[in-house]
Design a protein around this ligand. Structure first.
Ligand code: UFG
Length: 323
C-alpha cells in the first residue's frame, strides 16, 4: 500500500500528514479545491485541483492514478458558520464525502482514514470522553461528521469498506522545522490568535468567558500537536486490514484558555494583551480525551505532552510564516 490519495492535503492537518507520509516512503496524491488550503503547503509532486462537490473531478483522479487508500481531510470547519449556513456544511462535508465514497467504490478502493471530531460527542456527559461517550452533536458541523461515521459503518457491512474515523480534539502547533503551519482565513483558533496578539498583529485576545465551572473559570481543551495527528494517520492507514472503526486522538491533558495565554507568554517572553469577553455560544466548559484506545489499537502515543512545546512550534511559524 504505497499510493495514498490525500483529499484536503493542502489544509492544515492534511499538509502535515502529506509531509509525514512522504518521509515514510509513501506517495501522496493530493487533491484539494484550494478554497481554504494552500498550494505552497503541498509537499508532494502530485497535486490535483478537485472539488468534493464535483464528482467528475474525483472520478478523474481515480482513473489517472492507482490509489491504494484514501485519507480524507477536506471539510469546512467553522462551527459557528455551520449553524448559520448548514446547507454549505451538509453539501460539502456530507454530500462531498458520499461523492468521494462513490468514486472509491467505482474504482475498487476500499480503505479510508477520515477526519472526524470530538464535536460528534456534543456536550460532555462525563470527562475524559472515551469512544463510548454518547454522540449527540450540537451543531451541523458535528452532525455531518457523525453522519459520515454512520455511512462508513453501513458501507463496511454492505461493500466491505475498511475505515478509521479519527476523532480529533484540538489540533495545535506547527511543523517542528518551521516549514508548515496553521494559516486559516479567518483565524478563529485560540493559539494562533494569542500569538498574533503577542506579536501586535491583533489588538488583544478575547477570553470567551471566565465564569465556567473550571479551576480558573476559563474553558479547558485537549490540545494535540499536528505532527502527532499526522503519525496517527499513518498508523491507522497501516492497520486498516485488521481494524475498522473510530478512535479518539487527544493527549488526555486539559489546558485552560488562561493557561494557554500564560504558556504563550512564557514561551515568547512577551506579554499578551487580554480582554474578558462573554461566553461564546456552544462552547462546553471542558473537553478532553480518554486516549487509551489509540494507544491500544494503533500503538500511538502523543510525543508532545507539554503545552509549551506545542506553542513553541506555533510561535516559530507565526514569526516566519510562509503562506
Ligand atoms: N477562545 C477564546 N478566545 C478566542 C478563541 C477561542 O477564549 O478568541 C476559547 C474558546 O472559547 C475555547 C478555546 O479557546 O474555549 C478553544 O477554542 P478554539 O476555537 O481554538 O477551538 P474549539 O475548541 O472551539 O474548536 C475545536 C476545533 C473545531 C472542532 C471543535 C470541537 O477547532 O474544529 O474543537 O469541539 F469542531
Amino acid at each position: 500500500m504505497k499510493n495514498i490519495l490525500v483529499v484536503g492535503g493542502a489544509g492544515y492537518i492534511g499538509s502535515h500528514t502529506v509531509k509525514h507520509l512522504g518521509q515514510q516512503g509513501y506517495t501522496c496524491i493530493v487533491a484539494d479545491n484550494l478554497v481554504y488550503g494552500h498550494r505552497e503547503a503541498v509537499q508532494s509532486p502530485f497535486f490535483e485541483l478537485a472539488d468534493l462537490q464535483n464528482p467528475a473531478s474525483l472520478q478523474a483522479i481515480f482513473s489517472k492514478y492507482r490509489i491504494d487508500a484514501v485519507i480524507h481531510f477536506a471539510a469546512y470547519t467553522y462551527v459557528g458558520e455551520s449553524v448559520e449556513d448548514p446547507r454549505k456544511y451538509y453539501h460539502n462535508n456530507l454530500v462531498g464525502t458520499i461523492n468521494l465514497l462513490d468514486a472509491m467504490l467505482d474504482h475498487g478502493v476500499k480503505k479510508i482514514v477520515f477526519s472526524s471530531s470530538c464535536a460528534t460527542y456534543g456536550n460532555p456527559l462525563y470527562t475524559p470522553m472515551d469512544e463510548a461517550h454518547p454522540q449527540k452533536p450540537i451543531n451541523p458541523y458535528g452532525q455531518g461528521k457523525l453522519m459520515v461515521e454512520t455511512i462508513f459503518a453501513d458501507y463496511a457491512r454492505a461493500y466491505g469498506l475498511r475505515y478509521m474515523a479519527l476523532r480529533y480534539f484540538n489540533a495545535a502547533g506547527c511543523s517542528h522545522d518551521g516549514d508548515l503551519g496553521e494559516s486559516h482565513t479567518p483565524e478563529t483558533h485560540l493559539i494562533p490568535l494569542v500569538l498574533q496578539a503577542i506579536r501586535g498583529e491583533r489588538e488583544c485576545i478575547k477570553i470567551f468567558g471566565t465564569d465556567y465551572d473550571t479551576p480558573d473559570g476559563t474553558c479547558q481543551r485537549d490540545y494535540i500537536h499536528v505532527e502527532d495527528l499526522a503519525l496517527a494517520h499513518q498508523l491507522a492507514l497501516e492497520k486498516l486490514d485488521s481494524l475498522s472503526g473510530y478512535i479518539n486522538l487527544g493527549t488526555g491533558i486539559k489546558t485552560s484558555v488562561k493557561e494557554i495565554i500564560s504558556a504563550a507568554e512564557r514561551v515568547t517572553g512577551k506579554p499578551c494583551p487580554v480582554q474578558i469577553a462573554p461566553r461564546r455560544p456552544g462552547d462546553p466548559a471542558i473537553l478532553f480525551a480518554a486516549q487509551g484506545k489509540a494507544q491500544q489499537l494503533l500503538g500511538w502515543q502523543p510525543r508532545y505532552t507539554h503545552i509549551d512545546d506545542i506553542i513553541r512550534t506555533a510561535w516559530q511559524w507565526e514569526c516566519h510564516k510562509k503562506f
